[in-house]
Design a protein around this ligand. Sequence first.
Ligand code: ATP
Ligand code: MG
Length: 272
Amino acid sequence: MPCLRSSDETPGPSVFRTRFPLQRTMTANTAAQPAAEIIDIEKDYYLGEVVVRALRGVSMAFPVGDFVAIMGASGSGKSTLLNILGGLDRPTRGTYRLAGQDVSELSDDELSDIRNRHIGFIFQSYNLIPQYTVLENIELPLQYRREQPTLTTEDRERCIALAERVGLGDRLEHRPFQLSGGQQQRVAIARALVNDPQIILADEPTGNLDSQTEMEIIALLQELNAEGRTILMVTHEPNVAEHAKRCVVLRDGRIVSAYDNVEQRLAKVAGV
Ligand SMILES: Nc1ncnc2c1ncn2[C@@H]1O[C@H](COP(=O)(O)OP(=O)(O)OP(=O)(O)O)[C@@H](O)[C@H]1O
Ligand SMILES: [Mg+2]
């Protein structure tokens, strides 16, 4: 059974569908400091006279080791939320704590440092540099390190190991146009791992892939989650979302519901 119905408005059996006591669930799950936490986040975009209220008060804590699927209709605010969580954008109002630090108190340089150290990004369209090889693409984030922008032999070896880990050890000199979509996304995943981040943010990571490749990428994300990394993944696909530990649904910039996939799977096994 997919974890989400096409409409989040249709209530299912209570065991399958939890109308959210959001903060309480978080507190119960959070043994120590969460990997990330947002409190009453709002984001307004200004287009001339018009204000677009992309996020209208979103609160949520992401415990270390969480794997959350973020769903919702087009325009509901999913990418806006992910960009704020990734420190690519700042909220208009509200608090964001990343690794215990209030992001609003950080300068742009401090924010980009903390982002480099703690967060890896994966995008739907892979965002690889077309003229770079696989290995050069994986190495790219290391060149943004302020303390050590020059690559060491160890760095190079680590990048090769990451390429091998995602099954591309024999494609190091290929360029993105010489790779399949799934292989390009694997390069993007290796690149996201290069700074050994605690949190991986993925915006529709399987959106351009066929269903078999989609499941391979999800398996890779699950592996990273099993290592203790926190994964926050936007997806439109219920069959992708159900592989996360829980799902959150946004509508018009607000969280409208959340589902615990693990609870669902247990209920399914128990025949409820
Ligand atoms: N830079 C921007 N300037 C103005 N409005 C924006 C900007 N970025 C997003 N918006 C608006 O904010 C709202 C949320 O957009 P967002 O991209 O977060 O949606 P989404 O849920 O990711 O949608 P999709 O599923 O289509 O990717 C939309 O109404 C969008 O038009
Ligand atoms: Mg989006």
